[in-house]
Ligand binder design. Sequence first.
Ligand code: HEM
Length: 441
Amino acid sequence: MAPREGDSQSGDSSIKLTAYKKFPTNYPHKTFQEWLSAKRIDDDVGPYWRVHDKLYDLTDFIDKHPGGKMWLQVTKGTDITEAFEASHIGEGPEKLLQKYYIKDTKTPRNSPYTFHENGFYKTLKRRVRPILKNLGRGPSWKTVLIQDALALSFVLLTLASTALSSYTLAAFAGTALAFMVVCAHNFFHQRDNWRMYYYDLSLHSSYEWRVTHALSHHLHTNTANDIEISALEPFWELLPKSDKKFIQRYAGFIYEQAIIAVIYFMELSKRMYNGFTGVTPLRPENFLIFLELIVMAAISSSFWVALKLFLTIHVAFSIVFLNIGLTVAHHHPDIFHDGDRMRDDPDWGLCQLDAVRDRYEVAGNLFLVLISFGDHTLHHLLPTVDHSKLNSLYPAFLETCKEFDIPFTFMKWSTLAVGKYMQMARITPNNNYPGFKKKAS
Ligand code: HEM
């Protein structure tokens, strides 16, 4: 595999990307700020926004954007082609975009992905458009009910655990919080809405996650530009690098739960440090987590008991949340990871199919789908569509797969859970199309 531009500067000679033209600047990225600054350097589009091969000045549109300001505020100076294509299904945004056109650019995109009119992804979007026009894209009453019921369970369990000083109830509260946050992930992909702030009752930040998850992981899945890969290194080495250490390849299952238990506390500390030192201003929702502690301290017999219960809740949260997150969809040797051979037709939608797998166990059950990142392939392809609508899109999706001769497959959750360790052990890149081997030539 030929080294790419920048490989020699990476300091890590074992990574040979197959996906992007440039090796990501300052890899591995650990924070959303690092990822955004590296993308600005690598995309190199000056003070504009790039969509395909055109540059736009969206400055006057930031405040008018129906999806919310932050998407355009944070992406100034970057190529937003994937974000633009994946976030909108109708033709309105494309027409509107022309109003902000500045000039064409001759520099090829750093990203390998294509969005040809007759390619898989655009065909799928055309097919689901009339269905979603009838159904609507936003939340159904069922999604809202499940989300709010999970939030209520979390609040009641937290109050009960504090009033009774019960660590068992605190562990249950942490579990309810994890399910609530996974469900809130459905809401934070959509236009700004208050339910996305349920996220901030955990050690996460909805604002940061919109960058690291919606803009990085979702659009550049399982590549070195997916911060959900790079931020986990060196504890989870998920790309097939040749110089992984024995412990990284085979001992992950021994150390990972200890790291999972503390990882989000470290994130919270970093967020607070950056906020108070002026690196990234703190946002009002960043204080919800402290409000939680204050309420617990007010109810509890002592501050120390409240603190210990609070820690129990958030350790339980981290364990449940990350164990779900790491095993549900992306890691198995049959699934594409940067370094593996990419398909010859790098249609963005097809490449998403290569980097995602769905699970049998949760298919068709909205509650399980919402608390465990279900219908993940369709969610990756259409991230702004509410999960309650995805089930109705399978006929159009399967018809598109058939048209493009793509055998869409499910995996068992247990296969994916074991697959994560097999992937951590893997040091040899796949030379076939991963997963969809029938199409490999
Ligand atoms: C980083 C790039 C962008 C992201 C991540 C993004 C994200 C979103 C999101 C999440 C929604 C709400 C979808 C929903 O809840 O149904 C939305 C709606 C919308 N966006 Fe964007 N957007 C981006 C760029 C743009 C640009 C450049 C334009 C046009 C100049 C645009 C125009 C619209 C319009 C008109 C809507 C209303 C709903 C629709 O027609 O799809 N967006 N966007």
